[in-house]
Design a protein around this ligand. Structure first.
Ligand SMILES: Nc1nc2c(ncn2[C@@H]2O[C@H](COP(=O)(O)OP(=O)(O)OP(=O)(O)O)[C@@H](O)[C@H]2O)c(=O)[nH]1
Ligand SMILES: [Zn+2]
Length: 365
């Protein structure tokens, strides 16, 4: 078996980063101390080099992950050693890691890269989920996560066939929840919108599909692959939630080029590190805040707050402000888990608050 690596996204600029005496391979699955890689001459089990082992012992972010391009050193008998991970263009990182000023990754020894070099992040939200309509808050969260990874989000309102009347209104709401992001209705069941989705993968790009269980992610990937590569599941009638299916292949090459990464980690992705991501998904609130009287306005009850005024006038949905507050709190909390400076500030703040409370004789809130 041989592969045309350009169909897996290999480019001349990546080739320029390949160390002498190595060949490129894309990581399709990770193991302890080794990875399954796809090279031009087939699929291999490549053990990490001493250098990779040392680097990843120091910082797990250096561990090869699904989607990575690796430099492989040929060994006797047609085997390879995973010599190095080539620089990542994008990364989904869980915990303990922030982007440094160059847009690269710097870790504190806690981070884990869930997937790398993902160009397009499809955010799948079902038009109807059990008896609920699409969850705009979940879309905002996943779009923020997508921005944070460095990839380009695209929102897909899936199972569009379940929601015929008022679909346009729903799409308008979704547009407002994700400013500047493409939004499409998709029905894999009817084959509608699938070709549009495929267009985002032109040029052999790499995608992931994020979304809740039962959103129709596997069904969509199957439709793209034109072949049943992933097991879909029957949704339990009672609560509309799906059973989790075992993932057989984590890197799914599509006919005509491009691929979809689908790993358990990506499936479970929630809200990890989000700072710039939150600002980008709430660019409307960001723009409004420029007109607040105080430059550090918290849009709570401050006088001259342009955000509250927009809610008052109906220009900004109240739900959106609440969603922003929630994500801000979570982002600060996540940062507080990893950023010692903020952690210290929070401790000091709580010390002061507790002291205040003791003095005024109030109980803890
Ligand atoms: N009506 C309708 N049902 C769909 C559509 N796409 C998928 N489904 C059904 O929704 C259920 C869940 O689909 P999956 O593709 O397994 O969902 P998933 O997002 O992969 O779910 P997890 O594997 O749990 O993450 C299945 O019963 C599908 O047949 C669609 O476009 N329309
Ligand atoms: Zn304000």
């Amino acid at each position: 078996m041989s592969y045309d690596l350009s169909l897996l996204g290999w480019t001349a600029s990546r080739a320029a980063e390949l160390p002498a005496g190595t060949v490129p391979g894309r990581v399709a699955r990770v193991d302890r101390g080794a990875a399954e890689v796809i090279t031009e001459d087939g699929q291999h089990h490549a053990r990490h080099s001493a250098r990779v082992r040392r680097a990843s012992a120091e910082d797990p972010v250096a561990l090869p992950c699904v989607g990575d391009w690796a430099a492989l050193r040929p060994l006797p008998e047609g085997r390879y050693e995973l010599e190095a991970v080539l620089p990542r263009t994008t990364a989904f990182v869980r915990g303990g890691v922030s982007r440094d000023s160059r847009g690269g990754l710097s870790g504190d020894g806690q981070g884990q890269v869930l997937a790398a070099n993902v160009d397009v992040v499809f955010v799948a939200e079902p038009s109807m989920h059990s008896t609920d309509f699409a969850d705009l808050g979940r879309i905002e969260r996943l779009v923020a996560l997508a921005w944070e990874s460095g990839g380009t989000p695209v929102v897909l309102v899936t199972k569009a066939d379940l929601f015929e009347q008022g679909l346009d209104d729903l799409l308008a709401d979704v547009h407002a929840a994700a400013p500047g992001v493409d939004v499409h209705a998709v029905s894999s069941l009817r084959g509608e919108g699938v070709e549009l989705v495929r267009e985002y993968l032109e040029g052999s790009r790499t995608a992931v599909v994020l979304g809740p269980s039962g959103a129709g992610k596997s069904t969509l990937v199957n439709a793209l692959a034109g072949d049943v590569v992933m097991e879909t599941q029957q949704v339990r009638a009672a609560d509309g939630r799906g059973r989790h299916t075992t993932v057989h292949r984590e890197l799914i090459p599509l006919p005509g080029g491009g691929l979809v990464i689908d790993t358990p980690g990506i499936r479970r992705i929630g809200l990890y590190e989000m700072h710039e991501g939150v600002d980008m998904v709430f660019s409307d609130i960001d723009e409004l805040s420029a007109r607040c009287r105080f430059h550090d306005c918290g849009h709570d009850s401050e006088p001259g707050c342009a955000v509250l005024a927009a809610v008052e006038s109906g220009d900004l949905p109240e739900r959106r402000l609440q969603s922003w507050r929630k994500l801000q709190r979570e982002a600060v909390w996540m940062a507080g888990r990893t950023d010692a400076r903020i952690r210290k500030e929070q401790q000091n703040r709580w010390k002061i608050i507790h002291k205040e409370m003791r003095r005024s004789g109030r109980a803890r809130p």
